[in-house]
Design a protein around this ligand. Structure first.
Ligand code: BG6
Length: 467
């Protein structure tokens, strides 16, 4: 290929370019073709008012019916890889036991269609969507569910592993811990630190069991986990601020990063949990299993940094224990914000994460598995041809890719970049409030797909191997 001399930031020819999505957020058909309910279907029945605009998960972006058209568009937009998740409750309506053959048929079609279009399927097993039947048995609090996950994972490897060569056990496993067991933005809406710790531990254990099952099958792909890494920046170099950032980093980053990559838990986190008498129940052999089954490949989701400072007040001794017992959040003056999502935009964060992975995690192969910008009312930016002129998204991607490029130059083993997300989708509690896609989805007109300016920009950038 002739190289374009205009390209200032050039990426390797085999770089993975694409986007990411998840089953519950895109498939729709939530109650069709034998799918079991998951916690989102159920929570929406209980409390529809919690979801933006009262819109629930039943009929999200219709990927189930329109995957062929969507995959053709992915190809048009330069994708060589695409990450999606399997809906556990679609494949196993009861979470274990009987398999839903219609789900097997659907995922086979998706995988085959991707491959036929030259797009590598990257498949994630758990993206926040616990089957309701298993939540009723305790969800991630239960060891039975951990074993069901291992059964689900090995079934998926057996069914699809002849064609899928990149597997991920979990997407952002800290998020269900936070949402479901600390901060009330996922079902079961608890605020219970002890359960949160147990759920976190069981999630890691389930990941290790799935990795073990993968290796035992002797398949020739790679298996990893996807973590949302949020660098913890201290307000200042004061020892108390540095301590706050160390603790936040232990809770939100190293809690999953260390066991996934190194096979061990961070000693300072263990010590802290011991000091507040909240260690999880660990059974004989668990730690050895985690140690023996670490990942091949790390997916990194990056949206925002976490800025912290030393606590300014003594915590209320009656209040439930939360990580913020140990630090306060810090709003840096002058920070750049995405006002729709309320998240800071800090491009250098992605570089700092990658350098940390290089220096402290043996430069394990990694890729940016999500990065993106959710914007409300994008119809404001429609041009006369009906295309959304999302220059802000192009700037956002460029800003982050420059930092990825810098990390590459410095020897980080970073293999690709996926945008969140391919087409506008259902963002959990935010439903369709903020739009993230390369492709817009018009809910008022049968979910019609229209490529945004960023989609075509991406295609051109991939063709030139940079910008
Ligand atoms: C990631 C998740 O946390 O961020 C996605 O993996 C999610 O599922 C995305 O949609 C954007 O966040 P949100 O809450 O705006 O949808």
């Amino acid at each position: 290929m002739k190289q374009d001399s205009q390209v200032q930031y050039r990426f390797p020819a085999d770089f993975w370019w694409g986007s990411a999505a998840s089953a519950t957020q895109t498939e729709g058909a939530a109650d069709r073709d034998g799918k079991g309910k998951n916690i989102w279907d159920y929570w929406y029945e209980l409390e529809p008012h919690r979801f933006h605009g009262g819109v629930g998960p039943a009929d999200t972006s219709k990927f189930y019916d329109r995957y062929e058209e969507d995959i053709r568009l992915m190809k048009e937009l330069g994708h060589n890889s695409f990450r999606f998740s399997i809906s556990w409750a679609r494949l196993f309506p009861q979470g274990h036991g009987e398999i839903n053959e219609k789900a097997v048929h659907f995922y086979n079609k998706v995988i085959d269609q991707l491959l036929a279009n030259g797009i590598q399927p990257f498949v994630n097993l758990y993206h926040f969507d616990m089957p309701l039947a298993l939540q009723e048995k305790g969800g991630w609090e239960s060891r039975f569910v951990v074993d069901c996950f291992a059964e689900y994972a090995s079934t998926a490897f057996r069914l699809f592993g002849d064609r899928v060569k990149k597997w991920f056990t979990h997407n952002e496993p800290i998020v269900p811990v936070e949402g479901g067991y600390l901060y009330n933005f996922h079902y079961p809406n608890l605020c219970d630190f002890q359960k949160a710790v147990q759920v976190g531990f069981h999630t890691i254990l389930s990941s290790a069991k799935a990795i073990k099952a993968y290796r035992e099958l002797g398949q020739d792909g790679q298996i990893g986990i996807i973590l949302n890494l949020t660098p913890s920046y201290p307000r200042s170099n004061h020892p108390a601020d540095l301590e706050a950032s160390r603790i936040a980093d232990a809770f939100f980053n190293r809690s999953f990063l260390d066991p996934s990559v190194k096979g061990t838990f961070p000693p300072d986190l263990v010590e802290l949990l011991r000091s507040v008498n909240h260690l999880p129940i660990i059974e004989e052999g668990d730690l050895e299993l985690i140690k023996a089954n670490t990942i091949d490949l790390l997916g990194i989701n990056y949206y925002q940094p976490r800025r912290v400072k030393a606590r300014e007040s003594v915590p209320n001794p009656q209040a439930p224990l939360l990580p913020e017992h140990f630090f306060d959040f810090y709003e840096m003056p002058g920070r750049k914000m995405n006002p729709y999502r309320g998240w800071e935009i800090y491009e250098k964060g992605i570089y700092d994460i990658l350098i940390n992975v290089k220096e402290n995690y043996d430069n394990i192969p990694c890729y940016i598995s999500e990065n993106g910008m959710g914007v409300e009312h994008e119809e404001r930016f429609l041009d006369e041809q009906g295309m959304i002129q999302d220059d802000y998204r192009i700037d956002f991607i460029k800003g982050h890719l420059k930092e990825v490029h810098r990390a590459l130059q410095e020897g980080v083993n970073v293999k690709g970049y996926h945008l969140w997300t391919f087409m506008d989708n259902w963002s959990w509690l935010n439903a369709y409030k903020n739009r993230y896609g390369f492709v817009s989805v018009d809910l008022a007109s049968d979910a019609k797909r229209t490529v945004k300016k960023s989609g075509y920009w991406f295609k051109e950038m991939v063709d030139k191997q940079g910008f």
